[in-house]
Design a protein around this ligand. Structure first.
Ligand code: ZN
Length: 237
């Protein structure tokens, strides 16, 4: 997985500009990186970017490394996920200081800068792209057939971990090759590329009907309320 991540980042640099502008918080064993990823220009003088908060496990945790990916406001008018992210960053900072980050955690609070900037006569349009009419949470790149074609002769019977790495590497490779597409699809391509090698993916949305499925009484009331309002975080395998 580490090899594929490195290769992915190298390739990412050739397509988009990746700037790591905050590299360390307190010492060499506690790492929180914030990456700024520029999106393709929406028009002359108009450019958005993604901020990717990345928490890395300390060297003292030597177990097999997993990755959790969390994003909010893909539907840009569903803002409780932003507040959840705000509180989550503070909790993760505390966990990092206490050396409790055991696996990689990636958090993108503003997953859809395009939708966050769409206003028409004072009304926020965060669910659909005004440029294409496409729902920001639909029409994701579907690489399944290409992935099958690429990996079918590379999988090793009985070696699950190696096969997972092969499939994830292939997914990233195929996603990165999609370049001649709309800005909205470029956004999905970038998010997909960051998330596709994660073991857990949480995509925070909200709705008027909710169920209290992820609140935790051990954390603050306001965070509980926010989790409650941000009801259907759903998990992709
Ligand atoms: Zn939604």
């Amino acid at each position: 997985m580490q090899y594929s991540c490195k290769l992915y980042l190298l390739r990412l640099k050739s397509n988009i500009i990746l700037i790591i502008f905050l590299s360390i918080i307190s010492s060499q064993i506690m790492s929180r990186y914030i990456e700024k990823i520029l999106l393709p220009q929406q028009g002359v003088g108009m450019q958005s970017y993604l901020l990717v908060h990345r928490y890395l496990p300390t060297q003292s945790h030597t177990e097999s490394k997993k990755k959790a990916y969390i994003q909010a406001t893909l539907h840009a008018d569903e803002v409780p996920g932003l507040l959840v992210s705000h509180h989550l960053i503070h909790l993760l900072d505390e966990a990092m200081k206490a050396n409790r980050i055991r696996h990689e955690i990636v958090l993108i609070p503003y997953a859809n800068p395009l939708g966050l900037s769409q206003f028409v006569l004072g009304s926020h349009i965060g669910r659909f792209s005004l440029a294409t009419g496409v729902n920001f949470n639909r029409d994701w790149p579907d690489k399944s057939k290409e992935i099958v074609r690429e990996v079918k002769d590379k999988l090793i019977l009985g070696d699950v971990q190696k096969n997972v790495e092969t499939i994830r590497y292939t997914m990233k490779d195929l996603i990165i090759k999609d370049t001649n597409i709309t800005v909205e699809k470029q956004l999905k391509r970038i998010l997909y590329g960051i998330a596709c090698d994660a073991d857990i993916v949480l995509d925070l949305h909200c709705d008027t009907g909710t169920y209290n499925n992820i609140s935790d009484p051990s954390i603050s009331t306001i965070t509980n309320i926010l989790f409650y309002r941000c009801c259907y975080a759903y998990v992709h395998p």
